[in-house]
Every structure is written in C-alpha cells, then in structure tokens.
Design a protein. Structure first.
Length: 66
C-alpha cells in the first residue's frame, strides 16, 4: 500500500484520538518491519504500531512491547 494513503488515514485516526484523549499523536510509516520494531522498542510506553503478528512477537520478545 502507498505510504501516503497510510499517513492520510493515520492522520484522521490521530486527530480522532487527540480529540478523545487530549494527547498528541504523530503518524509515521517506517521503511521496514525492522525499523518499526526498533521504533516500538525505543519508546514502548508511548508508541502505537499496527504490525503483523511476527513483528509483534519479535518486538515483545526484544523489549516487552505490548
């Protein structure tokens, strides 16, 4: 899928989450699953990711990402 489409949809979700929670969200599309896992492990307490099951398992094993 085109990264621009993902960012556009993510921006809509981020805006809705901002209105619902008062928190600020940044939408980012990493260039690989490895980059996604690294980002989630770098800041597991404030990162939301939509990744395949294997990526989740790796991130969970590596840094306890949930």
């Amino acid at each position: 899928m085109d990264a621009g489409i993902i960012v556009s949809g993510g921006d809509v979700m981020a805006e809705a989450l901002n209105k619902a929670t008062g928190l600020t969200f940044k939408v980012d599309v990493p260039t690989s699953y490895a980059a996604t896992i690294e980002a989630m492990c770098a800041s597991p307490e404030d990162t939301i990711g939509f990744i395949p099951a294997l990526g989740y398992v790796i991130a969970n094993n590596r840094c306890g990402s949930r």
